[in-house]
Design a protein around this ligand. Structure first.
Ligand code: BGC
Length: 712
């Protein structure tokens, strides 16, 4: 029997109440919920870590409910389960879809034996505001990079065959526009015109649907007055009718009930009606569906066919996962030991996620034969801060901190003087400051660990200020004044505003929250066993006053004039005024999207564009002009010079990671198809528009040389 026949057969035996039960999801393993499972009134259990409780609920569902339909067990496995990989923003900085896919596969393989066959990942919300704590969970500001990362994760989690016991269903979230939250404040309103919604925010979701994602999660936010969890335009018209998605949609945590608070629904009954009719098939945590769907069907406000569609979609995923054959957890209890090959993968991905932002006079890599090295900063030795947000299942003893890894790397010959200064505490102890200064002045060099700990990052962890704490910066300045070689490693879940550090400290490496093997990965780079290859997936602003600041913005009629001005407030406008600038800050970022250095330099030859059928061949010679082998993320950007609506100043279209030996040259080559130039026109149609374009093959969103081409 085909899956569709099995679904139909099962559906024909279900009462309305049992059908509604499939649409109910809870995280609580209370006795009352166990009884609901027995009655067939819960379809999914999530975020229960105790494998025995999961097993018991699953057993009751299979053995004691009338139809024996297995539960779908969900969990937030966001960047690893037992083996923790870098936060997703860090993974995106690797630009390595192959490694990202492998990491998702490893996470699936680790979690599946515990009975969890569904993760609420990938988060593919485009985020242009680093104040938003959840920027850590996604791939940053660009739709093409986020699409590539999202699709890679979907492939990794779901594997070649969803029914394989190592595969888990993925969930692309949060559909849609959650990352456009006003002011970077979580759960806030998103105001997105339909064209931007389609050309920017929806793109990575479409890529996940094309990659076969099983489920989507509806967001907390509203879009243009309609909550995402009650939004028929996005959930029905776009997702089902235009994209033909055949999996199911789950709400976010109580987001159906919250439609009352939004002022969109008068009560829970109306919320159940709006959520269901819009296309949210399963309600997470709140019980509007359980309490009201039966009467809504009885009154004719919700057609029976809509309930059948929702249940069909949920059962489809349960059948595809093979849950009717095998749903019981295979292991008695998590966590179990991490595998060596997974740890090696975590180390490699963490290494490729690190971005070298500055390296004056080739200060890095450090030699291993120093007599002494000062390592300053609590973030160097705090396991939890290597992990970052969303990892319920981490096992802190597994985590190799940077301090431990630095000690391992340099061996006995170098004395490592660690000082736990720069802690994430309101004030700093005078003793720690003095010790840090003393350790630096008596060492050959110092590595400072700065940034934000995990408790400042993630859901509901938004920040109005992105500067380093003032007392941290004071100490950094004092250490810098000692005249020793100083390297800063930034441990962070988001771009921070670090103008003084960027201007004064000679070497700066961003490691994000790098995961279980972050320490060894950082040491690999600091001491030159490997060379950095990461590039920023998000712009680093100079000050929060510049936000939102993203590379693929519009040009305006009065773009900023090249001469950057930085004048005290109150200064009369100077002659370069009347353009889109600030009086008191630059318009350029501290570090642009796509930027990252290595231990060698690449020179980019002129970009050339040639016609190839209906497409364009864009090429440039790239040469490693330094003395060591490196890997470069080569980026292709395009600008459509005039459109029926204005077009961004640049858009990433494709990228490649190319390895080059010292002195080696290669031709980087991209095939640009008309479809790559498509966007939504003034009349709403989609496609490329004829006209002039500019293409850059570039090391980042600001570099490279442009070639023109014409699409006729
Ligand atoms: C988050 C989701 C998450 C869910 C379940 C919500 O608060 O927004 O991303 O998957 O909780 O834990």
């Amino acid at each position: 029997m085909t899956i569709e026949n099995r679904i139909q057969h099962l559906l024909s035996q279900m009462t309305l109440r049992e059908k509604i039960g499939q649409m109910v999801q809870t995280h609580s393993t209370s006795d009352a919920n166990k009884d609901l499972v027995r009655q067939g009134l819960i379809g999914s259990l999530f975020n229960e870590a105790d494998v025995e409780k999961v097993a018991e609920f699953q057993r009751v569902s299979i053995e004691e409910s009338r139809l024996g339909i297995p539960l779908l067990i969900g969990r937030d496995v966001i960047h690893g389960f037992r083996t923790i990989f870098p936060i997703p923003l860090g993974q995106a900085a690797s630009w390595n879809t192959d490694l990202v896919e492998k990491a998702a596969r490893a996470a699936a393989r680790e979690v599946a034996p515990t009975g969890v066959r569904w993760t609420f990942s990938p988060m593919v919300d485009i985020a242009r505001d680093p104040r938003w704590g959840r920027i850590a969970e996604g791939a940053g500001e660009d739709p093409v990079l986020a699409s590539a990362m999202g699709a890679a994760m979907v492939r990794g989690y779901q594997g070649e065959d969803l029914s394989h016991p190592d595969s888990i269903a993925a969930c692309a979230k949060h559909f849609v526009g959650y990352g456009a939250t006003e002011g970077g404040r979580d759960y806030n309103t998103a105001d997105i015109p339909e064209r931007t919604l389609r050309d920017v925010y929806l793109k990575p979701f479409k890529a996940c649907v094309d990659a076969g994602v099983s489920t989507l999660m509806a967001g907390f936010n509203e879009i243009d007055g309609v909550p995402a969890s009650g939004n028929a335009f996005t959930l029905r018209q776009i997702l089902r009718e235009e994209w033909k998605f055949d999996g199911f949609v789950v709400s976010d945590w109580t987001s159906i009930l919250e439609m009352i608070v939004h002022g969109f629904c008068a009560d829970a009954r109306e919320a159940a009606r709006e959520g269901t009719l819009a296309g949210v098939d399963m309600e997470m945590e709140s019980t509007c569906y359980l309490d009201h769907l039966e009467s809504l069907v009885a009154s004719g406000e919700i057609p029976q066919a809509r309930i059948d569609d929702a249940v069909r979609a949920i059962l489809r995923i349960k059948f595809r996962l093979g849950l009717f054959e095998n749903a019981m957890p295979a292991v008695p209890q998590a966590p179990f030991a991490a595998r060596e090959d997974d740890l090696a993968l975590a180390r490699r991905l963490a290494r490729e996620s690190c971005v070298l932002l500055k390296n004056d006079a080739d200060l890095l890599p450090l030699g291993k034969s120093m007599r002494s090295l000062a390592v300053i900063g609590a973030l160097a030795d705090s396991p939890a801060d290597q992990i970052g947000c969303w990892s319920f299942d981490r096992h802190l003893p597994d985590i190799r901190t940077p301090l431990a890894a630095i000690r391992d790397a340099v061996g006995e010959a170098t004395e490592v003087r660690y000082v736990r200064a720069l802690a994430d505490e309101p004030a700093q102890s005078r003793e720690a400051d003095d010790a840090a200064i003393e350790a630096t002045s008596s060492s050959d060099a110092a590595v400072l660990f700065l940034g934000e700990g995990e408790r400042l990052s993630g859901e509901s962890h938004c920040r109005a200020f992105l500067d380093l704490p003032a007392h941290h910066l004071d100490l950094v300045k004092k250490i810098h004044a000692l005249g020793k070689p100083v390297v800063v490693v930034l441990i962070t879940g988001r771009p921070l505003t670090i103008p003084w550090v960027a201007e004064n400290i000679p070497a700066l490496l961003v490691a994000w929250h790098p995961g279980t093997m972050g320490g060894p990965a950082i040491a690999d780079l600091l001491f030159g066993d490997h060379a950095p290859s990461g590039k920023l997936p998000v712009t680093f602003p100079r000050t929060v006053g510049q936000i939102p600041l993203y590379y693929n913005h519009k040009n305006t009629g009065r773009p900023p004039i090249e001469v950057e001005r930085k004048m005290p407030m109150g200064t009369p406008l100077d002659p370069v005024g009347f353009c889109s600038c600030y009086l008191d800050a630059e318009t350029t970022p501290q570090f642009p999207f796509g930027f990252g250095l290595s231990y060698s330099s690449i020179s980019y030859g002129p970009t050339e564009a040639t016609v190839e059928g209906d497409s364009f061949h864009i090429t440039a010679q790239i040469t490693n002009i330094g003395s060591r082998a490196i890997t470069e993320v080569v980026q292709l950007y395009v600008r459509d010079l005039a459109g029926s609506v204005t077009r961004p100043v640049k858009e990433l279209k494709a990228f490649q990671k190319i390895s080059l030996a010292a002195g080696e040259s290669r031709i980087a080559s991209f095939l640009l198809r008309p479809d790559d130039l498509a966007f939504h026109h003034r009349d709403g149609t989609y496609g490329p528009e004829p006209g002039e374009f500019q293409a850059w093959i570039a090391p980042d969103s600001q570099g490279g040389t442009a070639a023109r081409f014409t699409l006729s």
